[in-house]
Design a protein around this ligand. Structure first.
Ligand SMILES: C[S@@+](CC[C@H](N)C(=O)[O-])C[C@H]1O[C@@H](n2cnc3c(N)ncnc32)[C@H](O)[C@@H]1O
Length: 271
């Protein structure tokens, strides 16, 4: 059984993770998911000793008593639905960092997709976004959220601009042929948590528990700089040092976040 451990202590420490189904009709789907992820199928009721990926009649969610409410990806309602309806626009720091201006809508490789929020914001502003995520568990949550958003008329046009691949972005970027290079590579590597928001704290802790702490940020940046045609954007906490001490061409700051922007000379599309 795969165990995950929380280096910060507290929320979830060294627990096994498995798949459960709440709805009898989801049992076969749960079995297939367990097989695909190489995780055990849980049969006994959930307790504090296990983290469970649970297939309900509506969605795939991750549950643990220490997490409070279950965690799942929702692009239709909740905070993401609100952001989509409100349409924060191209003046928001993320959009400016990516280089969205007038009709300009670069293709974006989101190499650290996580739960897909930033990618969804960029797709809702018109960008084609390819999302890469290394963790099969986080990837399964993300795919489930994308699938549900595809079924909802209000989010379907946005999700049509998003594609997901489960892969280690460092290896994946190194293998891209010149004609497939994206205009922008976006990186949001893991970083030790500082935010005071309880919800984000729990989510980020769980994410850190599942995927680790981001020691590969320098390698991600190195691969991204070789891969992007126009720019690499790195999201950091506002006061954090730059990745690998590499000075960006410029940075865009918001209240808690900083986007470091590395500009590249334009490359031709043909090899
Ligand atoms: C802070 S989260 C990203 C959150 C995301 N920007 C969002 O809006 O939901 C970082 C994610 O990057 C992923 N990651 C880290 N290194 C990676 C790599 N080499 N290849 C692919 N994904 C990676 C982690 O598994 C984690 O899910």
């Amino acid at each position: 059984m795969l165990t995950v451990s929380n280096t910060e202590g507290g929320l979830i420490a060294s627990l096994p993770i498995g798949i459960a189904s709440e709805d009898p009709e989801q049992r076969d789907a749960a079995r297939r998911l367990a097989h695909r992820l190489g995780l055990p199928l849980l049969t006994s009721p959930l307790d504090r000793s296990t983290i469970a990926l649970v297939l309900t009649a509506q969605r795939l969610e991750i549950r643990h008593p220490g997490l409070g409410s279950p965690l799942f990806v929702d692009f239709v309602k909740g905070a993401m639905g609100y952001r989509r309806r409100r349409g924060e626009g191209r003046q928001q720091p993320l959009a400016r960092a990516i280089g969205l201006k007038g009709n300009i809508c670069p293709t974006v490789l989101d190499a650290t997709a996580g739960l897909g929020r930033d990618a969804f914001v960029l797709a809702s502003l018109g960008c084609q976004v390819l999302l890469l995520e290394q963790s099969p568990i986080v990837g399964a949550l993300l795919e489930d959220g994308l699938e549900r958003a595809r079924q909802a008329p209000e989010s379907a046009p946005v999700v049509a601009r998003m594609a997901f691949i489960q892969a280690n972005a460092i290896d994946w970027m190194a293998k891209l042929s010149t004609r497939d290079l994206p205009e922008v590579v976006y990186l949001d590597p893991m970083y030790p948590e500082r935010t005071k928001s309880a919800l984000v704290k729990k989510e980020m802790r769980l994410l850190r528990t599942l995927v680790g702490d981001g020691e590969n940020a320098p390698l991600l940046l190195e691969a991204a700089l070789k891969c992007a045609r126009q720019r690499v954007v790195v999201k950091r906490p506002r006061l954090a040092p730059t990745v690998a001490g590499l000075k960006p061409d410029f940075a865009i700051e918001s209240k808690n976040t900083r986007f470091d922007v590395y500009l590249l000379r334009k490359r031709s599309k043909n090899p």
